[in-house]
Each structure stands twice: as C-alpha cells, then as structure tokens.
Design a protein around this ligand. Structure first.
Ligand code: PHE
Length: 494
C-alpha cells in the first residue's frame, strides 16, 4: 500500500494548520453564533464542546487514520479498506463534488461584499442607503443579477484552482501560512473591538451565561394561567443542533480529513493533532460569537426588535443584518465591515480549497493522472455546476426542484445541493464509516494506525466504544432529525 511518490505535509504543524483551515469556515461564522443565541448561550456552548471532544474526536481520528493507512483519497480509500465498502467512497466523493460549486458561489458573494465595504471605507459611499436600510434589496438585487454572481464565483474557483495546482506543500501549505495567521489576527482584533464597545456587556452575558430559560416552554393551564415548564424537546433539539453543527464545522464526512490524512507522515501523532484542530476550530467559533452576538444584541435593543428575531443565521445574518449593524458603528463601521469580510474570505477560501482538493486527489488516485490535469478537469465540472447555483436566484429563479415532495414550494438549486449533501449524504457516510471500522474491519486497525511508531493513544477506550456503539446511533438519530427538520415535516423547526 505504501506509495513513495505521494505528496506529504512538511510536518505535524502543517497538517494541523491545513485541517484547521478546512474546519474553520462559514459554519463557524454564520451558524455557531446563531445557535448559541437560540439555545441558551453557555448551555449550548457546553454541550457543543462535550460533543467535539467525544463524537467529533472519534469521527475525525477515524477519517485521518483511514487516509493515512490507505494513502488514498476517499474515492479509492474505502475499497482498499474492504472490498465490499467501495460504495461509501463514491458517496463520500460526491459530497465535495456537490458542495464545492455552491460554496464557491457563496465565496463569490463574500468577495463582492469585501470589495463593496473596502470602497465604502475609502470613498464614504453608501450603496445600501442611510443606515444600510436597503441592505436586503441590495443583496437580493446582487444575487438575482444575471452575470455578477457567476463572475465572482468563477474568480473564487480560479483562486482555489491556482493554489491546488501548485501542490500540497507549495500550494495548500504555503497559502495557509499566510491566510491562517491573518484570519486569527482579524478575529481577535474584531472581537476585542466589539467587547470594548460601550454597552456590549449585556450582549456578552446573553451569549456566555447559561440560560435555563432557553430550556423552558410556556404552557397555559386549564385555568388560563401561563407557566414556564422544563421542556425535554428543547433539550433534545439543543443537543441535536449542537451535533449537526459540530459535524459540519469539523469538516467531517466530506472526504477532506481522509485526503489530508493521506498526506500525513507516519511518525506524527494523530491524536495530538486532532486535539489541536478541535481547539482552533472551537476557538474561532467562540470568537465569532463574541464578534457578532453583542453587536446584534445592541442593535436589537436600539431598534426595539426581540433579540432572537434579530439574530438569524446564514446569508440573512451575514449579508443583510450585519450591514445594518455595521452602519450603527459610525464612521468606523465601513472599516469593521471590510475587516470582517476579509476574515470571511480567508475562512471560506481555505475551506473551499480543502473540498476542491478532496475531489482533485480522488480523481488523481483513480485515474493516475497528474495534479494539474486533475485540477483542470475538476475546475470544469465545478464551473459547470456553479452555474446552477449562481443563476438559481436570478435567471433560473423560477425553476424549483421537487415541488410538493421535498418542500411545499420546492427547492432552489443551491438549497437543494445543500440539503442532499449536508442532511442526507454526510450523515450516511459517517454512519457507514463507523460501521465499517467498528464492525467490519475492526477498531483495532485504526488503533494500530494511531499507535504507529510508538505514539500513545490516550483516549483509546473511549474511541472504541464510540466508534462501535455511540457514534452510529447518534449519527442515525441526527440523520432522521435533519431530514424531518429541513423538510419541515410536522412543522419541526430548529
Ligand atoms: N467546516 C466548514 C465550516 O465550518 C465546512 C466546510 C468545509 C464547508 C469545507 C465546505 C468546505 O464552514
């Protein structure tokens, strides 16, 4: 199985940085703060951290070990592991192939906003109107225009392709050495600015102090009086919300950790690396909360909106609410916006590169072609698929998929790709991986890989228990819940 020609990281630190660069992405910035605000602040954070240290740890160690022992990207790694399990590799490769195109389209939106804010900072122009009151119209006009979203998306794809074509050491590793420190500096600087704003204390408390009220629900008794009672359903939703977030945020079941693991040197420690990746990813998620929640809180108080309503997730938060919030920060707001979108570009770019690399490496390993040819080949596929997501809000806005089946109004292309990958394929790949390791080839193979060259595996007992029993069960529950939630069956919302 040894392949002496395979690229490798120059060391453990380079690997940790690359995996952390992949893990730190849009999920940390636009979803973690929202979930923390919805689910009782400190309570959500505590549940999240426990899940990262146990379930996330198990899944990540497994993927990295599979990559390192087979020296293959996901497409061919599973069939090397066991002849009958090659199909998991196919499913696992489909995930990044379907995600890269729409992730790059969103990356293009971020690029556009960075440029808009940089211009606002320098010239004082305000294209979103006074107080960014027209931020929603501005955003909708942009994503529904005919060429711009496609053009910015292509620029983003080309940037990723350029890094990947340069190779693992010279491309990915070197670009991370520039982008990751900048990302950390920006994250620390912006959150320090926010924390020292006058009046930020209430928002910080709202974010960090565990709120038991978030676990309670109002019920009306027979006499018509309302009581607040502990709600088991809210607790379950909190745990599942944290689990879905943890899973996405650590870039699991996307083929990335297998690919990056296949470049990992045998003498380095998998366990220690995973602990560091968890630390970096969680640190940025926590900082994102510190950057976003206090300012949205202040904004909500100022405008008389309930905090939970003001605090949303995803594109709505990043491209509509935050511009309004930045506008309340006075003349410095445009600079804060520029710094913020600069940070988001680095986060999105390094994540997109890792996804794209999983596809490129899979094609290289299957067809034995060189990296440049494979990058070019995947680039063509990505650009083709991006068109659907880029035009889906504009020229092709009337096209809806699975109307009446997947949801009442049907899904737009970008949302459809997001749904099948995140909520169906990824949990399936994770479950299949745990079953293959836990029950077919046996956890011993992974344990041996982790303990190679005399390395210690401190959490071995927990790992074996998790991979055989807890992880497949928890991931199956998540799969069922995510399908129910995203299709809004029985009105289940999270
Ligand atoms: N971990 C990333 C995040 O939090 C998820 C991701 C990784 C998405 C790679 C796409 C590509 O955003």
């Amino acid at each position: 199985m040894e392949d002496n020609k395979r690229a490798s990281w120059s060391g453990q630190l380079a690997f940790v940085l690359a995996a952390a660069a992949s893990a730190i992405g849009l999920g940390n910035l636009w979803r973690f703060p929202y979930l923390a605000a919805q689910y009782g602040g400190g309570i959500f954070i505590a549940v999240y951290i426990v899940l990262v240290l146990t379930l996330g740890f198990t899944l990540m160690v497994t993927e990295i070990a599979v990559g390192r022992m087979t020296r293959q990207a996901p497409l061919t790694a599973y069939s090397r592991l066991h002849r009958g399990w090659g199909f998991v590799g196919v499913l696992g490769t489909l995930v990044p192939v379907l995600i890269v195109p729409y992730y790059c389209v969103i990356g293009g939106w971020v690029l556009k906003y960075f440029l808009v804010y940089a211009r606002m900072a320098v010239t004082g122009a305000s294209p979103m109107g006074e107080g960014a009151a027209a931020s929603a119209a501005f955003f909708n006009a942009f994503i529904s225009s005919n060429f711009a979203p496609f053009g910015y998306g292509i620029l983003f794809v080309l940037a990723c392709a350029a890094v990947i074509a340069m190779g693992v050491k010279n491309g990915i590793e070197k670009s991370n050495l520039v982008m990751m420190p900048l990302l950390f500096v920006l994250a620390i600087a912006i959150s320090a600015y926010v924390v020292t704003l006058p009046g930020s204390a209430d928002g910080i408390k709202y974010y960090l102090v565990p709120s038991l009220d978030a676990m309670r629900e109002q019920v009306v008794d027979k006499a018509g009086a309302t009581h607040s009672v502990f709600s088991f359903a809210r607790l379950v939703k909190t745990i599942l919300g944290a689990m879905g977030q943890m899973f996405y945020s650590l870039s699991l079941a996307m083929g990335i950790m297998i690919t990056y693991g296949s470049y990992f040197r045998r003498e380095d420690s998998i366990e220690r690396s995973v602990r560091r990746i968890e630390l970096f990813d969680t640190a940025i998620a926590l900082l994102a909360g510190l950057m976003i929640i206090p300012v949205v809180y202040m904004f909500a108080v100022k405008t008389g909106t309930p905090v939970k309503e003001a605090m949303n997730a995803g594109p709505g938060l990043m491209f509509i609410t935050l511009p309004k919030v930045f506008a309340t920060l006075g003349s410095g707001g445009a600079w804060i916006g520029t710094a913020f979108f600069g940070l988001v570009i680095f986060a999105a770019l390094t994540s997109a590169i890792s996804l794209y690399e999983a596809c490129v490496a899979s094609v290289c390993d299957l067809l034995h072609i060189n990296r440049k040819a494979s990058t070019f080949f995947m680039g063509a596929i990505v650009m083709f698929l991006s068109t659907f997501s880029a035009l889906g809000y504009g020229a092709w806005g009337d096209i809806r998929l699975f109307r009446g089946i997947l949801s009442k109004d049907g899904l737009q292309f970008l949302d459809f790709f997001d749904f099948v990958t995140n909520y169906v394929f990824m949990p399936l790949v994770a479950i299949a991986t745990c079953v293959a390791i836990g029950w077919i080839v046996g956890p011993r193979t992974v344990v041996d890989e982790v303990e190679r060259c005399g390395q210690r595996f401190a959490a071995k007992g927990m790992y074996v228990f998790m991979v055989k029993y807890a992880a497949p069960v928890l991931m199956s529950v998540l799969l069922v819940e995510e399908v129910i939630r995203s299709l809004k069956l029985w009105n289940w919302k999270i």
